[in-house]
Design a binder for this molecule. Sequence first.
Ligand code: ZN
Ligand code: ZN
Length: 364
Amino acid sequence: MKTRAAIFRRVGEPLEILELDVREPAPHEVVVKMSAVGICGTDLHQLKGEWQRPTPMVLGHEGAGVVEWAGSAVTGLAVGDEVVLSWAPSCGACADCGRGRPAACVPLHRAIGAGTLVDGTTGLSLDGETVYRGTATGALAERVVVDAKVALPTHGAVPLREAALLGCAALTGVGAVLFAARATPDCSVVVLGAGGVGQFVVQGARIAGASTIIAVDPFEGRRTQALALGATHAVQPDELESCLADLLPEGADYVFDAVGDPSTSATALRFTHSGGTTVMVGLPATGLRLDLDPAEFLRREKWLTGTMYGSEDPAVALPILLEHVAAGRLDLASLVGPVYSLDNADEAIQASLAGVSGRVLVTP
Ligand SMILES: [Zn+2]
Ligand SMILES: [Zn+2]
């Protein structure tokens, strides 16, 4: 089988659109014809050289498409079904998989670091040379072969361009509030970073019933969007301190760092209320460390936690999010940003790096 795909080779070089060889799918796999793929912060880390992963690599892990072929052992999916890809094709055998957290699977993370699937292969090659798969997926392609367990059906409930956002940003952001923090009604929330994931943290906070939601972002367009999606206040980073002095002088019950930089993590900890919870959502560049004052935790009994992919099995979380969409509580449509063809995938990357509002999509 062949597929056209966007290939990342080196930092600073544009993505190349080439035709790759794809190994024949196995009986437990499906071939998904990709309809839309979002550009995520994880892709940008690699494009900026902040993470070292093997190349050439097909990036992209936030996608939706249509099942084009299903293996003989696949149940519950048929040709023509609309699906969201989960980027957690985990080992299925470890303790984390056993507790229903495939995104925490250690063999999966090892594979993601190696640019492969859990079995060490990628199934992709170019003139005999191995091509690696970003985040165990490699969605920036016309066709992707995946284990059927990570092709999650949407039953046509949402247009595919919107469904793509469910594949990473929505599960991560909404899940951070509902499943990781388990935020309670009338709580106060600060969200640092109102990019793709941050906007879904804002919406998760609204769904949880937070009474105060402060979104923080340097880009005006993102602040405006956050206000439209449920933030009660939206400020620039240097305005946060005075905003909180007025609104929440003791700090917020929950502070989400959707950026993932040591400076934003420190801000998140600082402005968390006594007994409150700081949640690290955004992924940091490799090698960064936090400089924390342990006394701050002890004296003020703060909690610090991290969340990966919304701290829930995507197969469990997706139907819950689809219910919120159906009920009008979760807005995907207004977060769809500019859309590019696969041939213009590099323009999509540049738009995402420039901080446009809404998720930048590629439609292979
Ligand atoms: Zn992602
Ligand atoms: Zn596992």
